[in-house]
Design a protein around this ligand. Structure first.
Ligand SMILES: [Zn+2]
Length: 207
């Protein structure tokens, strides 16, 4: 299970781990977004999602259990997007071998988010702090205007981070107490972070 604050690089790191460990990614967010219309969960899910609400845990848990019956998960998987808060365990407890917490400082998280810019013309993305374009207002590729999405504004980013700290950090504490938390620094590149995780997993397995 991967846990990380907003902009921890969890998605990219997860993809690298999936390649190196030969395990599929189990992304709860994607699963809920892509639920087929003929699924019995489609209507109850969309009733709440279309209102802009989060999917109720009990329904999401049903979708997860159903999906986990698929053969491709029988040798294990990398779980992303479940246990955003500790109460989700009551609806579905994934019984993971390890919870991996990718730790980045609040400053890094906010900087990575609030620095994101998108080109209005071709949707090219860059980051004025971490991947700076030559001209902070214009796209390197086509010269189009670079804009910030509303979701990426610093005040919105701070709210998302507050929510993570309030609701998800207790999940980190829970796995720490269970003795199966792996904590790695997430300030490096996704390649570096995934290598830290692989090393930590190897150390655990050989003990
Ligand atoms: Zn452009």
């Amino acid at each position: 299970m991967l846990i990380g604050p907003p902009a921890s690089g969890k998605g990219t790191v997860g993809a690298l781990l999936s390649e190196k460990l030969h395990l599929p990614i189990f992304s709860v967010g994607e699963l809920l977004r892509d639920i087929p219309e003929n699924s019995i969960f489609y209507k109850p899910l969309h009733d709440s999602m279309d209102k802009g609400e989060l999917a109720p845990d009990s329904i999401a848990a049903g979708v997860i259990r159903d999906e986990l019956k698929s053969d491709k998960y029988q040798n294990g998987y990398i779980l992303d997007g479940w246990m955003r808060d500790i109460t989700q365990k009551d609806s579905f407890d994934p019984n993971v071998d390890y919870a991996v917490f990718i730790k980045v400082s609040p400053e890094t998280s906010i900087k990575r988010i609030s620095g994101r810019r998108f080109c209005l013309k071709d949707d090219f993305s860059c980051n004025i702090y971490t991947l700076p374009p030559q001209d902070p207002n214009h796209c390197d590729k086509c010269g189009g205007e670079l804009v910030q999405r509303d979701d990426d504004r610093e005040d919105v980013a701070k709210k998302r981070l507050d929510l993570f700290e309030k609701e998800t950090l207790p999940v980190v504490e829970y796995y720490k107490n269970q003795g199966n938390l792996i904590e790695v620094g997430g300030e490096g590149t996704p390649g570096e972070v995934s290598n830290l995780i692989l090393t930590a997993l190897n150390n655990r397995d050989s003990n």
